[in-house]
Design a protein around this ligand. Structure first.
Ligand SMILES: Cc1ncc(COP(=O)(O)O)c(C=O)c1O
Length: 437
């Protein structure tokens, strides 16, 4: 590197010289450049130029207590001085697993992995091993990580893989259905080779496509009827929607649950949990069809001590539901405030969402209450979304995934007021520039 960069724009130039697109995650790519975040505390983060943002991304929904919560940082410091990684068994992974089993009763046994993507990959392999079947039923636009097995159907309404490089043979094993009972029933009843039905607990993209509770019951019943397994993806909702995740609120019992983000204390990692007999596929003492264990699973960083240490602290904070309730109230105030701003400014649309999330919709087809296809809600105008993101960034607010936000226990009503001021000014700019014509 010749001259050390000092601005966001300079860092993006330098980044593009050494990384494809200058990024390490598809959605971090922004023009004219992303912001380069230097530090964060509570509800705020600061970029490399010293600009402060009220953060509604919150580490892709992983930092529910707020950035750098003192107890999380203390746990991390303590653990870092004791044991970073031996890649051996350690006592904290046992404490961590016990806490998860206590908070989510459908989880009897836990296996730690290194990300949410890995959790769903492992869940699908376990389901295939347990049932002896090959196919997976997934719901249109639901996200389960970036691996091959659920790539088909990631983009709403597409019914194909959202990436080159996914073997056709794998794509053919992935069936996609709409998020409703008749679609689930038709798919499972029409194919005896379905090993698992996997569903994102909130509805697609952390609830940006709201999903009726009945879909979760339908998946449970369809699995019971056909011998498939029901995998609930609670990577976002786990411990956030309630101490027991969305499954506690909806009173549904999946066979396996995937977790990450909050579940790993806001540190890199993931969790697969589920029924004891299903998880026994991973037990080296149990032989199934000639293999011990039936499912091979390894991973250097599985259950890493630094994740276990922070996760234990995180879960202790979340067990009574108070931080989640606070984050929910903040999100509700934002949803109400932004929707009423749209009305005042004569913009068709709504700010809607569940729990501690909020999503923007511009248009007339959806009012936040009735169901519309995922393709309508996810088919937003990218130029307008990017312009809104830039206008909000310029006023000290940063969103998640272009049209959404998540809140934390650290956000305050004053943050809500400041965010609404930023939205008011941003809407004016977008109107002047013809984005709502
Ligand atoms: C519902 C859901 N499942 C799975 C994943 C993948 O998790 P990770 O990014 O840790 O691989 C995500 C990530 O955002 C997610 O939102």
């Amino acid at each position: 590197m010749k001259d050390h960069p000092t601005t966001n724009a300079e860092y993006f130039d330098a980044a593009r010289a050494v990384m494809p697109g200058g990024i390490n995650h598809r959605y971090r790519w922004k023009l004219p450049h992303p912001i380069y975040v230097d530090r964060a505390e509570g509800a705020y983060k600061w970029d490399i130029e010293g600009r402060c943002y009220i953060d509604y991304k919150m580490g892709s929904a992983s930092q529910i207590l707020g950035h750098c919560h003192p107890d999380i940082v203390a746990a991390l410091r303590e653990q870092a001085g004791r044991l970073l990684l031996a890649a051996d068994c350690h006592s904290l992974e046992v404490d961590w697993a016990q806490k998860i089993c206590d908070m989510i009763p459908s989880i009897e046994h836990v296996r730690f992995v290194a990300s949410g993507t890995e959790a769903s990959m492992l869940a699908l392999r376990v389901a295939r091993a347990f049932t002896g079947r090959d196919k997976i039923l997934r719901v249109d636009a639901h996200y389960h990580g970036w691996h091959d097995h659920t790539m088909r159907g990631t983009v709403a309404g597409s019914n194909k893989a959202a990436s080159l490089g996914v073997p056709q043979a794998i794509e053919d094993l992935t069936l996609v259905c709409a998020a409703n009972r008749p679609a689930i029933d038709a798919a499972v009843d029409g194919d005896p080779d379905i090993a698992a039905i996997i569903v994102e607990a909130s509805g697609a993209s952390f609830g940006s496509v709201p999903m009726a509770e009945d879909v979760l019951h339908a998946a449970r019943e369809a699995a019971d009827r056909t011998g498939a397994l029901f995998i609930l993806d609670e990577v976002i909702t786990g411990f956030r929607w309630s101490p027991g995740g969305r499954q506690q609120l909806v009173e549904v019992t999946p066979d396996m649950t995937t977790l990450a983000k909050v579940a790993t204390g806001g540190m890199p990692g993931g969790v697969l949990g589920g029924r004891r007999d299903v998880m026994a596929m991973l037990d080296p003492a149990v032989e199934t069809r000639g293999l011990k264990p039936a499912v091979l699973h390894q991973g250097t960083f599985n259950g890493a001590p630094i994740c276990a240490a922070t996760a234990c602290v995180m879960l202790d904070h979340l067990v009574d539901g108070a931080p989640q309730a606070h984050a929910d109230n903040i999100a509700a105030a934002l949803r109400e405030g932004i929707t009423s701003l749209m009305q005042t400014k004569d913009i068709d649309g709504v700010c809607y969402g569940d729990s501690s999330t909020w999503h923007l919709y511009f248009g007339e087809e959806f009012d936040g209450t009735h169901e519309v296809p995922a393709a309508v809600l996810r088919g937003f105008n990218p130029g307008r979304a990017a312009a809104l993101g830039r206008a909000l960034n310029a006023r000290g607010v940063d969103l998640m995934s272009a049209m959404s936000g998540v809140t934390s226990a650290a956000h305050t009503m004053q943050d809500v007021d400041e965010t609404l001021s930023a939205f008011g000014a941003a809407f004016d700019v977008l109107k002047e520039d013809g984005h709502f014509d």
